[in-house]
Design a protein around this ligand. Structure first.
Ligand SMILES: NC(=O)c1ccc[n+]([C@@H]2O[C@H](COP(=O)([O-])OP(=O)(O)OC[C@H]3O[C@@H](n4cnc5c(N)ncnc54)[C@H](O)[C@@H]3O)[C@@H](O)[C@H]2O)c1
Ligand SMILES: O=CCc1c[nH]c2ccc(O)cc12
Length: 521
């Protein structure tokens, strides 16, 4: 199964020693040996393949898995299998589905350390953050478990005693396609509402982070979902296309970049399939001079440096009101210098490596270009080699603060998806609103102020799917999350997401005789 320093062995995820072994694993020891596809309630090798992909441990640069990218045959088998499971699952009552999802949530909670450790090894985020991700993941399952039984239609009285009613019904086989920055959480945010509504799901993780979705699949099976209800296929763009184009797939929910989102939407349009798109961003964070400065500084760090800055809703355009820009900048730099970079499995690490070498190069390229365009690197922005020799080939960099930025610079216009904060100053509320909205994205925005009226006035004007007032990057499962403009549409989390995984049937009931213009004389 897994080869690790604490003693390898073929065993099951559900035996406590395995969980203890994974949770106690250290960086540089894990190798994935088991199949990474999941079909009909078990790990399988794909029936066919369209190439291979390598998955890395970003902390060390080691290859931890070589995936077979699923071909058309494997995708068809997964869909066929999911259709069979859908027949069983969709007939269950909301309370029956609730019970299974609650059990899965309980198991995720129980195995939190093992799941978080796997996530850290494959993604590079600190174990501290990975544990928080696992918490919001089981919370998502609990939340939709609670809503499963509330799926209901309405009754409408009509003339002559006739009536109509609506039924909220599942869609069928849904496809989830994930990005690499929150691998386990994305799988949960998509599958929990899908399954709660009575659907089946085939999930395709990013080929960079193939591992943790399998843990979720095993948990669902153990919790009692029918075999085939949650399948995992591995691969990249070609596998994703087979999934989106399959005629028996009813819906696609995608998290990833704008260019891929466009392709997903095109393919879904051809099949008239509903689609949820959670895409990129270049979100503004507006800091007014009347704010609580300490909170604003903490908010700016949360808005930029979680998961090494690889967060879609990050507030990377930090607009600070002129009067406090120097004090704010000084304090942000002071706090950023304290961020401990290094081995992501160590308890006190707060910033691990970026996802891979090419991405690190890309982020550093943005910083180089920012300098060429006139920005000043006040702190960081350099590749970093931790002292521990085993981390020598990892993808680390120091978090970067850019000043002297202007609105037209590439670092202010384009999504960097790394730990790079651009500070811009502003004078008036009207001016900052105009500048904040001057982007094709619209995922999130933040406001720090003590003026409650201004806070709500500005939130109402910001063109963004989520606005944070006096905090940033807090995503409780009860609140819908999703974008405006090119950041996508549809929502994840919150009650509204039930609508994105179901369809409404109207039933008309005649209580009298049929009145027809074609009646025989
Ligand atoms: N809005 C959100 O909630 C959110 C969350 C995380 C990441 N993102 C965005 O995702 C991007 C980074 O993630 P990424 O690099 O994994 O994105 P990406 O678009 O390259 O890949 C995302 C997923 O799509 C698959 N894919 C690629 N081409 C495809 C195709 N033609 N058909 C079907 N599937 C295809 C990939 O294999 C992967 O699983 C950033 O732009 C970031 O802002 C957005
Ligand atoms: O990275 C962007 C925001 C985000 C964090 N966790 C998740 C899970 C699922 C998503 O679609 C987006 C996100």
């Amino acid at each position: 199964m897994f080869l690790c320093a604490v003693g390898a062995g073929v065993t099951s995820l559900f035996r406590t020693p395995w969980i203890a072994a994974v949770a106690a694993m250290s960086t540089g020891t894990f190798v994935q040996l088991e199949p990474l596809n999941y079909r009909d309630g078990a790990r399988v090798e794909p029936a066919d393949s369209c190439g291979t992909e390598k998955a890395f441990e970003p902390a060390t640069g080691r290859v931890i898995a070589t995936l077979q990218c699923s071909g058309e045959k494997e995708v068809s088998l997964a869909v066929k299998n999911a259709k069979a499971a859908f027949k069983v699952w969709s007939k269950k009552s909301g309370m029956e589905r609730c019970e299974v999802l609650l059990e899965a949530a309980r198991m995720i909670k129980e195995q939190k350390d093992a799941i978080a450790t796997m996530e850290t090894i494959n993604n590079g985020k600190s174990i501290f953050e990975a544990r928080l991700d696992v918490d919001t993941s089981w919370q998502c399952l609990e939340y939709y478990a609670g809503l499963a039984a509330s799926m209901a239609g309405e009754h409408v009285q009509l003339p002559g005693g006739s009536f109509g009613y609506t039924r909220r019904e599942p869609l069928g086989v849904c496809v989830g396609i994930g990005a690499w920055n929150y691998p386990f959480q994305i799988a949960c945010w998509k599958s929990a509402p899908a399954l709660a509504c009575g659907n089946a799901m085939i999930f395709k993780p990013s080929p960079f982070t193939p591992v943790s979705a399998l843990l979720l699949a095993e948990i669902y099976t153990k919790a009692g979902v029918p075999p085939g209800l949650f399948n995992v296929v591995q691969g990249g763009a070609a596998t994703g296309q087979f999934l989106c184009q399959h005629p028996d797939v009813a819906k696609v929910s995608f998290t990833g970049s704008v260019p891929t989102g466009v392709k997903i939407m095109e393919m879904s349009a051809k099949g008239i399939k509903p689609v949820t798109l959670e895409l990129g961003g270049k979100s503004p964070l507006i800091i007014f001079s009347d704010c609580d400065l300490e909170n604003a500084v903490k908010g700016a760090l949360l808005a930029n440096f979680l998961s090494q800055g690889q967060v879609c809703c990050n507030g990377t355009r930090v607009f600070v009101q002129q009067e406090i820009v120097d004090k704010f900048t000084e304090e942000v730099v002071k706090q950023t210098k304290k961020i401990k970079i290094g081995d992501p499995l160590l308890e006190d690490t707060r910033m691990g490596p970026l996802i891979n070498g090419p991405h690190l190069e890309r982020v550093c390229g943005f910083i180089k270009l920012a300098k060429e365009q006139g920005a000043t690197v006040l702190y960081g922005g350099e590749q970093y080699v931790p002292t521990d020799p085993k981390l020598k080939f990892g993808y680390y960099m120091t978090p970067c603060i850019l000043t002297n930025c202007s609105d037209g610079m590439t670092c202010v216009r384009e999504e960097i998806f790394g730990p790079v904060m651009s500070i811009l100053s502003f004078e008036t509320e009207a001016e900052v609103l105009e500048r904040a909205n001057d982007t094709t994205f619209g995922l999130a925005a933040g406001i720090f102020t003590r003026d409650i009226q201004r806070a709500h006035r500005v939130a109402a004007e910001l063109q963004a799917g989520t606005c944070y007032i006096n905090n940033y990057n807090v995503s409780p499962v009860e609140l819908p999350f999703g974008g405006y403009k090119k950041s996508g549409f549809g929502r994840e989390n919150g009650r509204v997401t039930l609508e994105y995984y179901s369809q409404l049937k109207t039933v008309y009931v005649e209580m009298g005789n049929v009145e027809s213009p074609f009646e025989s004389q």
